[in-house]
Structures are given as structure tokens and as C-alpha cells.
Design a protein around this ligand. Structure first.
Ligand SMILES: Nc1nc2c(ncn2[C@@H]2O[C@H](COP(=O)(O)OP(=O)(O)O)[C@@H](O)[C@H]2O)c(=O)[nH]1
Ligand SMILES: [Mg+2]
Length: 459
């Protein structure tokens, strides 16, 4: 017996979804081989829903169909469906034929003195036989949908499916603005490279990644390097272990491709913050790192707090040895399951770090796991209501403002860099540099500061 799973393969599904202007997902409602190839069954399902696609799998292997935007009542002789379109979808692409005459987008034709239904028609491009909807007539000379391009093929289908088309992500107007173009990516990258530190006291600035195991701290270093290198880099620092994979304090440069200009920013990876069921970085160890007491390469130990006895311990760290920004890294798909002990450590850290006058931001990772639209393309990040709520939740958990939340999708499974993912990662890096710049300007206006080098302009 066939299963009630769609016959549409993933590649074709992706191509078909691209035809919609809004992000949508499909839900199988009817499959001929399971529910019978009866027109009435199909139409009943159809009328329970608003937006649907009928997918016809032809014996030739072609996959074609129709999207209808409105409910259709059985007695209807016509419709005024402005959003309807025909499609022809392959693994490589999909062709869309929007309705040209919406008043004739759909019609039920009655034969036999007007009583028995004879055909279900979409213009004259697709005509389904009411008795057995496997029999399909395609007409290329249709004027309701298209006058050209639609293939002529009178054939049986081997399968017919009806899918509900659901909006996903509950899109809202963009509430933070970013342009999703190569120009925008290049311009943020230029902005990042224009940050320069003035004075020997602080040649580089350091941002520390703090958060629970598996949040994506090490992956952010990989992501930042990947963007700069224009290819996904591999570092043996990402991995899965119950108590976190990273055990040492290590600072990573975020430079451009070999020979290119380095950025002023370095990222500092440390052991995961512990909580009740999982030992890890304690509040006092985290503060010791932030204040600059802990030497590079120090191997953390759950059970021995950092003290002056640690080899290389710095008693009076200089400004360049301290941390200049703290990034709380949280996994957007696990916010609900964070333990109260983890959250109270994070809040306490936030309060202590604020007293030190060090800027803090939240890096919200795994955003692809909470919203289907964002999973498809991160450009929906600021128009997804789900993500807006998740960002509010993350801010609330650490008692920080929503403005400090930087959503990102790390390079985790990709083999090549992607412009929109790059934009989001670069935008986060730019915010980190700006926060450090603001802090330095405020606290060290005389001796140390960063300058943004403007491109030279002719006088
Ligand atoms: N889907 C997805 N996976 C991610 C993301 N960030 C990290 N990961 C994965 O989450 C796992 C833990 O990441 P890792 O960087 O080692 O976490 P850490 O313990 O905080 O350093 C790895 O398998 C990563 O590939 C993200 O934004 N999206
Ligand atoms: Mg790690």
C-alpha cells in the first residue's frame, strides 16, 4: 500500500516553493492513489481550504499543476482568482504561468443536461476529467493563463495530489533594515576593515564568547573566518560533547584571506558556562578571564577555581589583556529548555560585567531552527514574527534589551558561503566593533581609541 507521503521530491518542492512571493509550506491533503481518483473527494478537500496546489505527476515524468488562491464552491461556474497560476516544475527549476484572465481561472463544466459534472477546468490549459481525474488534457493555446509555452500533452497522470499552501513565519514588516545584496555585504565588510585601533596600548580588541555548551560559540569563530575568507573554513574546534567541546582559553584573529588586511577584532573562545546538571565555566572564572587575569591557552578545570597559583596568572592585566566586549551566545531553539541555574549565572554575569563597564551583546544562533522562512533564507530574519518573539525571549532571559540581540545563522552544514548569511554575520561583527568603539571613547577618550578610516577623497 502506498504511504500518505507526497511523491514530490525535495528538489522539486524547493523549486515549487520559490514560485511564491511569500514563504510558504505545503501540507498534503489528498493523494489519488490513497483517496481514489474521484473528482468529488478532491473538490471537497479543496473547499475546506483556501490556498491549494494540485500537483499532477505525468507518466512521462513531468510534474505540472495549478495553484489556486481562493476557495471554490462545488456549484461555481467560475472564479475571480487573481493569484492563481499554472506551473511546470523540474529538479532544476520551475516555470510559472500567472492567470491572465482571473474571471476564468477555474470552472466546473456540466455535461449531461447540466446535471453531471464533466470536467474541472483551469482555463483550457488543464482539464481534469470529473469521473477519473487521472485523465488530463493540456492545451497550449489557452488564453486564460498563457498563450505560449505550456506544453501540449494529452496523457494520463500516475498520481494526483492536493496540497494546502500555508504561509509560514507570519511575516511582518521589516523592523530592522538590511539590504540583502552583494553591495551591502561589501559595504559592511569595508566598514569592519575601516575600524583601526590607535596607539600601542591596544593593537587589537577582544570579544569573549560566553554561553552554554552547543550554543555555537566556536561555530561563530568559524563563521566569522569563513566570511572573511570567502569560503567555509574548517577548524577542529566545533563539536558535540555533553559538557562542551572547548576546554581552553584561546583567542582567534579574524583576518581576511592571506595577505589581505586583518580586522582589529579577535574572538576569544572559552569553556561553556556550567549549570546544575553540567559543570562548566563558573561565574568567578568567567570574570577572571574578562578582567584579563587568565593566560592564553589556560586549560579550564571544573573543580579548581582560577587563582593566583595558576601558571601565567596576570595580577595586574593591561588594557590589551582584558576583554573588551562580552557576547552571550544563546541557541534560539533551546531557550525554553535552559535551566534556571544557567540563567541565573548569565544574569549575574551580566550584572557584574556591567559594573566593569564592558559592553555586552547577545549572539542568538540557530535561528534557522525556529522559523521555516528563516531556514529557507536568512533574509526573512527581521520579518519573521516567530524570530522577533524569540529575540525578545532571549533578551528577557539575560535581562538585556532587545536592541542588544544579534541573530545569526552560523556556517554549520554549508560547503560554500552564502551572501545573506554573510551579511548577517558581518552585521553582528560590525555591532561588536561599534560597541567596543563606544566603550573606548567613553572610558579612554585620551589615550586609546579606534578610528574609522574614511576613504581618501580629493580636495
Ligand atoms: N543549524 C545550526 N547549527 C549550528 C549553528 N551554530 C552552531 N551549530 C551547530 O551546533 C553544534 C555546536 O556548535 P559549537 O560551535 O561547537 O558550540 P559551542 O559549544 O557553543 O562552541 C555544532 O554541531 C554546530 O555545527 C546555527 O546557527 N545553526
Ligand atoms: Mg566550543
Amino acid at each position: 500500500m502506498s504511504s500518505a507521503a507526497s511523491q514530490l521530491d525535495l528538489e522539486r518542492e524547493k523549486q515549487l516553493l520559490k514560485l511564491f512571493t511569500q514563504p510558504v509550506k505545503l501540507g498534503l491533503l489528498y493523494k489519488g492513489s490513497i483517496h481514489g481518483y474521484k473528482y468529488n473527494t478532491l473538490l471537497n478537500k479543496f473547499n475546506e481550504e483556501g490556498k491549494c496546489v494540485i500537483i499532477l505527476y505525468l507518466v512521462s515524468g513531468a510534474v505540472r499543476g495549478i495553484y489556486v488562491n481562493e476557495k471554490l464552491s462545488t456549484g461555481s461556474q467560475g472564479s475571480t482568482d487573481k493569484g492563481a497560476f499554472l506551473f511546470d516544475v523540474s529538479k532544476q527549476g520551475a516555470a510559472k504561468y500567472p492567470v491572465l484572465d482571473p474571471s476564468k481561472a477555474f470552472a466546473c463544466n456540466y455535461g449531461n443536461k447540466g446535471i453531471a459534472l464533466s470536467t474541472l477546468q483551469f482555463g483550457s490549459a488543464i482539464e481534469l476529467d470529473a469521473k477519473d481525474i487521472r485523465i488530463v488534457n493540456f492545451c497550449s493555446s489557452d488564453i486564460i493563463y498563457t498563450s505560449t509555452g505550456w506544453p501540449t500533452e494529452n496523457t494520463r497522470t500516475c498520481e494526483v495530489e492536493l496540497h494546502r499552501v500555508q504561509d509560514v513565519g507570519h511575516l511582518i514588516p521589516d523592523w530592522r533594515h538590511l539590504s540583502w545584496t552583494v553591495c551591502e555585504r561589501d559595504s559592511i565588510l569595508e566598514d569592519i576593515l575601516s575600524f583601526k585601533s590607535v596607539g600601542d596600548a591596544l593593537p587589537r580588541v577582544r570579544a569573549l564568547l560566553l554561553g552554554p555548551a552547543g550554543a555555537g560559540k566556536s561555530s561563530f569563530i568559524v563563521s566569522a573566518r569563513s566570511v572573511m575568507n570567502k569560503r567555509v573554513v574548517h577548524l577542529p574546534i566545533v563539536g558535540k560533547a555533553i559538557n562542551g567541546f572547548t576546554k581552553k582559553l584561546k583567542t582567534y584573529e579574524i583576518g581576511t584571506r592571506k595577505g589581505g588586511a586583518p580586522t582589529v577584532l579577535t574572538l576569544c573562545d572559552a569553556m561553556a558556562v556550567g549549570h546544575s546538571d553540567s559543570p562548566g565555566l563558573s561565574l568567578s572564572d568567567a570574570l577572571a578571564v574578562i578582567k584579563g587575569h587568565v593566560p592564553e591557552g589556560y586549560k579550564f578545570n571544573f573543580y579548581t577555581p582560577i587563582s593566583e597559583k595558576v601558571t601565567g596568572h596576570r595580577t595586574a592585566p593591561s588594557l590589551k589583556e582584558q576583554v573588551h566586549c562580552v557576547l552571550f551566545v544563546l541557541n534560539a531553539s533551546e531557550l525554553e529548555s535552559y535551566s534556571s541555574s544557567l540563567l541565573s549565572t548569565l544574569r549575574e554575569l551580566h550584572s557584574e560585567i556591567s559594573d566593569l563597564g564592558i559592553p555586552q551583546l547577545i549572539l542568538l544562533t540557530h535561528i534557522d531552527k525556529v522559523c521555516h522562512a528563516v531556514h529557507e533564507d536568512v533574509k526573512f530574519v527581521y520579518s519573521s514574527r516567530t524570530l522577533q518573539e524569540t529575540m525578545e525571549k532571549a533578551a528577557e532571559l539575560v535581562h538585556m534589551p532587545v536592541s542588544s540581540v544579534l541573530p545569526i545563522k552560523n556556517y554549520a552544514s554549508e560547503h560554500a558561503v552564502n551572501c545573506n548569511m554573510d551579511i548577517l554575520i558581518l552585521d553582528a561583527i560590525c555591532h561588536v566593533l561599534q560597541a567596543i568603539d563606544d566603550m573606548l571613547e567613553d572610558q579612554h577618550p585620551e589615550d586609546v581609541h579606534m578610528v574609522k578610516e574614511e576613504p581618501l577623497r580629493p580636495l
